[in-house]
Design a protein around this ligand. Structure first.
Ligand code: AGP
Length: 605
């Protein structure tokens, strides 16, 4: 969602602030702003629209060496200059940028209005700067004013404060919204996500919930909520700057689609010895596996689709019950879970607010928790009993691609491990492991179908709708394909179990309706094919994704997956749907990496 940068150092702050915000553009935003500080005054510029708009309004004399920046994704109040951050107090002596949601902002605002404060925006964030002003006037010590302010805020925040009172200092605080700190020869800095800093350092310190930090030119102090000094925990980010650049592709999404063979190879590296699954993080749990009665898979969006796939595999391999639910539902459904429950949380960013809240609930109920996460040191990664990292590398495009396929693969490995721990022998495990290791090559081969998918995507040129169908393990692929198409091309897309079509959705099928049908699972493919024929009979144009053997002469567009175990076919099939969505969006001239209204990491409820 919103992006934050802050810099104090020996050189002008603006270059860091702007390059950092541009690295965070992928998170989605609708307005931008910066404050630069010198000893006498704060200078703030903000605009609705893209960073390029902000750069146009920046005047000269911009060489101040301390400043904060922000890109806003509207939650409270429309995108506008007034609602853009930073927000200032009366007198323009304190400036604040904020990510997250202040849930009790209405009550705080009323209190401050009664004290004679004036508000100039519709945002919840503005109460933070006014509250800081209020406490600073009572006692002019910024550290104390910040602590008192944070204690009053309900909800989530990552915030940066700068002021004329300490013109070389930035105060940073965090609760349930990401914030990372860094230091280099140039100065001390912070950002809401690591890619904003990778040009300056690869040693990153994620601020923990409740902590705050004081950044000066050449010092960085971290404190617990009560003001005690906190231990500094640095993480080395193995990614190079190129990993967060387009590298010759016209979009991050296309680059990330093509990175999947490598990302899957890395995710699988060292996971097997013979037929034994090597996941030391899970062994270290020393759990009483026999007491686990059922497993829940919980996530949002694309990661939720990966969970549907994993829950299908889990039931198949272990014969034990599995449940799957979006985190936004789990957190409010009073789930029947407890110490006999294993909860698996899946997230690319590791910061999704709903998933984090669901995790906290599961922990409070005594469940054993495991996370499958991509971003190192993220909140979800830190708060589970064990974490497994997908090795997708930085995923910049809002539409998830390599994060999804690496989640499928790592969840598959995890489910095999759980079967092993339950003492269950999975049928055909040797062939399965052999094929898991072949998967990167299979994806490489699948990517050769790019021109075919490009041609198929042209079918959507004048279409407003598309349908994705599949059964069993093909169903999550259908859901994910439909989500991808909606997200980036704005074509309305729905996914259905193929067998459900005739119970209603078939009423929508007419001449030229585009249907992408997945029939990759041998035990059910023939049934799916019959369902597809029902759509053809009503004039649908069907693109059929199937294996090498399935007889499908009657279909005009048949895309055959390379030979691989059926349970792994959803991985190459997902790659085809990504290419389909990508070329549909391209055909329509959409902004593929930054789709409207969407944010990469949804850190608010
Ligand atoms: C995927 O294309 C979406 N951008 C979105 O559904 C995403 O998967 C979801 O918001 C969950 O994010 P997470 O994996 O970072 O938790």
């Amino acid at each position: 969602m919103c992006g934050i940068t802050g810099f104090t150092g020996k050189q002008p702050a603006l270059p860091f602030l702007l390059q950092g915000l541009s690295k965070l553009e992928y998170r989605g935003y609708d307005s931008a702003g910066v404050t630069l500080v010198n000893s006498k005054k704060l200078r703030t510029w903000k605009t609705k629209g893209r960073l390029s708009e902000l750069e146009k309004v920046l005047s000269d004399d911009l060489d101040q060496s301390c400043g904060i920046g922000h890109t806003r994704w509207a939650t409270h109040g429309v995108p506008s200059n007034m609602n853009a951050h930073p927000h200032m107090n009366r007198g323009n002596t304190i400036s604040v940028v904020h990510n997250g949601i202040v849930e009790n902002y209405a009550a705080l605002k009323k209190e401050l209005l009664d004290e004679g404060y004036e508000f100039h925006s519709d945002t919840d964030s503005e109460v933070i700067v006014q509250l800081l002003d209020y406490y600073y006037r009572k006692k002019p010590v910024m550290k104390e004013a910040l602590m008192r302010t944070c204690r009053r805020l309900e909800g989530s925040y990552a915030l940066c404060v700068t002021s004329v009172y300490e013109p070389n200092t930035i105060y940073v605080a965090k609760k349930e919204s990401p914030m990372v700190l860094g230091q280099s020869a140039e100065g001390t800095f912070c950002a809401s996500d690591a890619p904003a800093m990778l040009e300056y350092t690869k040693e990153i310190m994620p601020l923990q919930d409740g902590q705050f930090a004081i950044l000066n030119k050449d010092s960085l102090e971290v404190f617990e909520a009560d003001g005690r000094p906190a231990e500094k925990k640095w993480i080395h980010f193995p990614y190079d700057v190129q990993a967060a650049q387009k590298g010759g592709y016209d979009s991050f999404m296309l680059k990330e689609i093509h990175e999947q063979p490598g990302a899957i190879r890395e995710t699988l590296r060292g996971r097997f010895r013979g037929t034994k699954v090597i996941l030391p993080q899970i062994d270290k749990l020393n759990a009483d596996w026999d007491s686990i009665r059922e497993t829940w898979f919980i996530a949002c969006g694309t990661a939720y689709h990966a969970c549907i796939y994993a829950s299908g595999l889990y039931q198949r391999y272990t014969g034990k019950p599995a449940f799957v639910m979006p985190a936004s539902e789990f957190r409010y459904c009073d789930p029947a879970v407890g110490p006999h429950t294993l909860c698996i949380f899946v997230s690319q960013s590791g910061e999704t607010a709903d998933t984090l809240a669901a995790l906290k609930l599961a922990r409070a109920k005594g469940c054993l928790t495991i996370a499958v996460v991509n971003v190192l040191g993220s909140s979800i990664a830190r708060q589970t009993d064990a974490v497994l990292y997908t090795a997708a590398g930085p995923e910049i495009a809002v539409a998830s691609t390599k994060a999804y396929t690496t989640q499928l693969v790592l969840l598959h490995v995890l489910v095999l491990k759980l079967a092993e721990l339950f003492g269950i022998k999975v049928k055909g495990i040797s062939a399965l492991i052999r094929d898991l290791k072949r998967l990167p090559d299979v994806i490489e081969e699948t990517l050769q179908k790019e021109p075919v998918m490009k041609k198929c995507a042209k079918m959507l040129k004048d279409q407003r709708d598309a349908y994705f169908i599949g059964r069993q393990l093909d169903y999550p692929t259908a859901l994910e394909g439909a989500l991808k198409l909606k997200e980036i091309s704005y074509v309305h897309a729905d996914a259905y179990y193929a067998g459900e079509l005739k119970h209603g959705p078939i009423a929508l099928i007419e001449k030229n309706t585009v249907v992408l049908a997945m029939a990759t699972q041998p035990e059910i493919a023939a049934k799916t094919i019959s369902n597809i024929k029902e759509t053809v009979a009503r004039g649908a144009r069907v693109i059929l994704v199937t294996d090498e053997e399935m007889s499908a002469e009657e279909f005009k567009y048949v895309i055959r997956l390379p030979e691989i175990c059926p349970s792994l076919r959803p991985v190459p099939a997902a790659v085809l749907t990504q290419l389909f969505a990508y070329y549909a969006a391209k055909e329509k001239g959409c902004d593929i990496d930054k789709p409207r209204n969407l944010a990469k990491s949804v850190t608010v409820e």
